[in-house]
Structures are given as structure tokens and as C-alpha cells.
Write a protein that binds this ligand. Structure first.
Ligand code: AMP
Length: 474
């Protein structure tokens, strides 16, 4: 390896951040609360930390912390978040990385004044950039990609933030939907492949930017359009203007946003996520017309696909599993002893609907295979005669370097085993994965305003060069 830095490669194969961003430029009294409700709608994109920065033209007000939105903010604190411009962030990180230090928005003060950043995505040249910046004497205080952008901007000789961003954005590679805020300006930037989503909405005389359109519905904003790949929008007292900072490259919206990540009531490029999932289910059923008595889904993300399977096969849909909605990512795991006693915290079967039935169990994806394995066993313990597992996406064979937590290659059961091997491992009577062609056909059949998807987790075809990996292994 060229660069003898252990920490350069140690994170390549690790899960990445999935986050939600929200920003507003709106002449309203309670911009802190508006941002809070926007973030609340995006809570599914990250549950480990949340933060809001508001600007009143001269200064920032900042609140952030570890936990869910309703744990981080309270009524009194939100009423102190005044101003006319804001950005917020909810963060999903992975073990060891969820320190208070890394909570966003990140804020700095430099030659260009006060700035704050919220980022969804993952830079693929962050290790290289960080190494180069550190060689020049830069001291990093976080391990976030946002801080890399902040230092690049700090180095720029341009005399305003918009020009500094135009200069520095081409230096960063990977997936990014960035929100940058000054005390009087909101800026949104989307990477040239448009890997992570970012949409523009209108609220009264103001504008909002959000990772998903469900945030607009929550706060009463009207959807205007999606931000284009490679586009920067600047919103301030002069109104809104669009600048092409990067030439659009192959449009590659992460297809996993449709499969699992986004909320079913959101629309991405004009395609409703629930309807896409339902069609993925229909297509799956066409590819695997299994004979069964009942269709059921793994709550919540696969319920739309399960309804598609049920309609296509003409087999009734039943609630076979109930999820305890109050179990968060950080709940206290039962010990092996308690598990042996049958403690089931997260999911519980509805015995009366599964007992003596031939079941089709629909899930949206298999990553490590542990969820399917547990659920198949649980359904069999509850009396299911047969459990046929249908997955509304292809096997995940490659790690995601672009912002989704799909585990390291060694942990991906789809990289290690073929379908029969996975079926055996999860204990199902049969197993069917949606084909890649079927997946794309299903998504495209819903219409939409733009095509082209990142399918790298299913085929290893990454839309960007994996700069850090090539650099560290050179
Ligand atoms: P696994 O148990 O590792 O096979 O994970 C598959 C389950 O996790 C499925 O039920 C998915 O709905 C869910 N899932 C898929 N992708 C993710 C992700 N990036 N983060 C959290 N859960 C996920």
C-alpha cells in the first residue's frame, strides 16, 4: 500500500452514513419549529443525532445533540431558534462514530464569515483529501465529510461563499446532497450523478429544501421540483437562482432509496415510493408465482411490496408480523438466556394468521440474512406449514460506498452464497429474489421525470471512481 496509514483503509468496507437534510429560507416567525417538523418527517433517515442552525442575517443560533428529534429539542429551545434561514440534519451513523463531535450541522467561522453545513451522502475521496489537508497543517475536529468541504472553502481565495463553493465543489467526489447556510443565505448542492435525493419546495414567500418530499407535506410546503444533478441553488433576499457547478454526469439516483430507504409517501423524480414498491412486488410475483395460502410482509418497509405480491397472485394479504414501533436502533438487546426464553422485542408473529398456513413472506432486501433467518424460524415456531421468502430486490453482492449502510463485503450473504445457499441458511422452503432487469422495469413503469439509477450494490457498477480505494492501494 502506498500510504501507510492504517485508518485510511479501515473504513472502506464499513457501513456508511445515511442522513436526512432540511433547510428553509422563509420570512416566518418560527423557523426553528418549521425546521424541527421538517426533520421529524425525515427521522427514518437517521436516529442517532439531530441538529438545527438558524441565521438572522448576522448570527447563528445552534442546537444539536444525540438522539431522536424529540429528545434533542424542546419547545423552549425551539422558540429560541429564530431567524429567516435555517438548516437541519438527522444522522444515521454506525458504531463508534456517533459521537457528539460528529453531529451536524457543522458550523465554522472564517474569512468568508459564518457557515454551517448539513450533508447526506458519502465522499469517495474523503480519505485522500483529508490526508492532503492534514499534510498542509489542517487540524480536523470531526470525522465528517462536511468538515472536509469546510476546510476546502476556508482555503479558497474567493471573496464570497457562492464563488468559493463553485471552486471547491468539483474537488469532492462521491454522493452528496449538501445544504450550506450563511446567516442570510441558503444553498443546496447535489452531486453530478444525483445519487442522493434533494427536492425544492415553496412555503408562503419562502423556499425549503429537503432530502424527501414527505417533509414538504408535513410542513404544508408545495413541491416545486427536484434539484438537478450537479446543480447548486442559492436562496436569499434576492430570490432563488440556479447555478450549474458541475456538468451533469450519468443520472444515477440510488435505487435503494425506492427499495428501502425513503418514506412511502415521498416522491423521487415524480415516482411515488409506495407505488414503486408495490410494482416491485407485482414484478416479483410474476417472476415467482408461488402457490400459498397467505401473503405477509416484514413491517414496515416491505408492506407496499407485499401488497403488490398479494394483488398479483390473487392471494390474500394478512398481517403476519407485528413490529413494536417503540424499539429504536439502540434498544437494549436481550441476553442469550432471555432470547432462549422466547423474548421477542421487535417483531412478533400473529399466531392465528400464520398457524398451519403456507406463507409467502415478502421482504425488501437481504443484507446479512439475519433478519430473514430469525423471521422464518419465528413463523415456523408459530405454526406456519411452509414459508416461501420473496425479496423485492436482487441479492446485494457489493458494499455501498455512496451513503447506504449495506455492510462490508464479508458480511453480505449475497456475496458469499448463491440463492440456494441463502435459502438453506435462512431455513426457507423456497427463496426468490427480484431480477435486476425486473427491478429496473418496475421502477421505470411508474413513469417519473428522470431515469438512470445507481445499482452498484447489486452489480458492482459504481457511478463514480472509488478514488480512496485506488489511491490507498496504488
Ligand atoms: P439483514 O438482517 O442484514 O439481512 O437485513 C435485512 C433487513 O434490514 C431487511 O428487513 C431490510 O428491510 C432492512 N434493511 C435493509 N437495508 C438496510 C439499511 N441500510 N439499514 C437498516 N436496515 C436495512
Amino acid at each position: 500500500m502506498c500510504h501507510e496509514l492504517n485508518n485510511i483503509t479501515e473504513n472502506f468496507d464499513k457501513p456508511k452514513d445515511e442522513c436526512g437534510v432540511f433547510g428553509a429560507f422563509a420570512p416566518i416567525d418560527e423557523i426553528g419549529k418549521l425546521t424541527y417538523y421538517g426533520l421529524y418527517a425525515l427521522q427514518h433517515r437517521g436516529q442517532e443525532s439531530a441538529g438545527i442552525v438558524t441565521g438572522d442575517g448576522e448570527n447563528f443560533r445552534i442546537q444539536k445533540g444525540l438522539g431522536l428529534c424529540n429528545e434533542v429539542f424542546d419547545d423552549k429551545g425551539l422558540s429560541e431558534l429564530t431567524g429567516k434561514v435555517s438548516i437541519g440534519h438527522v444522522r444515521y451513523s454506525t458504531s463508534g462514530d456517533s459521537s457528539i463531535n460528529n453531529t451536524q450541522p457543522l458550523y465554522i467561522s472564517g474569512r468568508l464569515g459564518k457557515l454551517a453545513f448539513s450533508h447526506n451522502g458519502n465522499l469517495v475521496n474523503s480519505k485522500k483529501l483529508k490526508y492532503e489537508l492534514e499534510e498542509e497543517g489542517t487540524i480536523f475536529q470531526t470525522t465528517t465529510d462536511s468538515e472536509i468541504l469546510a476546510h476546502l472553502i476556508a482555503k479558497s481565495k474567493k471573496d464570497n461563499i457562492v464563488d468559493a463553493l463553485k471552486e471547491t465543489i468539483p474537488e469532492i467526489k462521491g454522493s452528496y446532497s449538501f445544504l450550506v447556510v450563511t446567516p442570510s443565505k441558503l444553498i443546496g448542492i447535489r452531486d453530478p450523478n444525483g445519487i442522493r435525493p434533494l427536492s425544492l419546495g415553496k412555503i408562503g414567500e419562502g423556499y425549503v429544501l429537503a432530502s424527501e418530499t414527505c417533509a414538504f407535506d408535513t410542513i404544508g410546503a408545495r413541491f416545486v421540483r427536484d434539484i438537478d444533478p450537479g446543480e447548486m441553488v442559492v436562496i436569499d433576499e434576492q430570490g432563488i437562482r440556479s447555478i450549474d457547478v458541475m456538468e451533469e454526469q450519468k443520472s444515477s439516483l440510488c435505487i435503494f432509496e425506492y427499495i428501502y430507504l425513503s418514506r412511502p409517501d415521498s416522491n423521487l423524480y415524480g415516482r411515488n415510493v409506495h407505488l414503486v414498491r408495490k410494482e416491485l412486488g407485482r414484478q416479483l410475483a410474476r417472476e415467482y408465482p408461488v402457490k400459498a395460502d397467505v401473503v405477509t410482509g416484514v413491517p414496515d418497509s416491505s408492506l407496499s411490496a407485499a401488497s403488490g405480491v398479494s394483488e398479483e397472485l390473487g392471494i390474500s394479504y394478512e398481517m403476519g408480523l407485528i413490529k413494536n414501533r417503540y424499539v429504536g436502533r439502540t434498544f437494549i438487546q436481550p441476553t442469550q438466556k432471555l432470547r432462549e426464553l422466547g423474548v421477542k422485542l421487535k417483531l412478533n408473529p400473529v399466531n392465528q394468521t400464520v398457524d398451519r398456513q403456507r406463507l409467502i413472506l415478502v421482504d425488501d432486501s437481504i443484507v446479512r440474512g439475519t433478519t430473514s433467518m430469525k423471521i422464518v424460524q419465528m413463523l415456523k415456531d408459530a405454526g406456519a406449514k411452509e414459508v416461501h421468502v420473496l425479496i423485492s430486490s436482487p441479492p446485494i453482492t457489493h458494499p455501498c460506498y455512496l451513503g447506504i449502510d449495506t455492510s462490508s463485503k464479508g458480511e453480505l450473504i449475497g456475496a458469499e452464497k448463491d440463492t440456494e445457499g441463502i435459502r438453506e441458511a435462512i431455513g426457507a422452503d423456497s427463496l426468490g429474489f427480484l431480477s435486476k432487469e425486473g427491478m429496473i422495469k418496475a421502477v421505470e413503469s411508474i413513469g417519473g421525470t428522470k431515469g438512470g439509477f445507481c445499482t452498484a450494490c447489486f452489480d458492482g457498477d459504481y457511478p463514480t471512481k472509488l478514488v480512496d480505494i485506488e489511491w490507498a492501494g496504488c
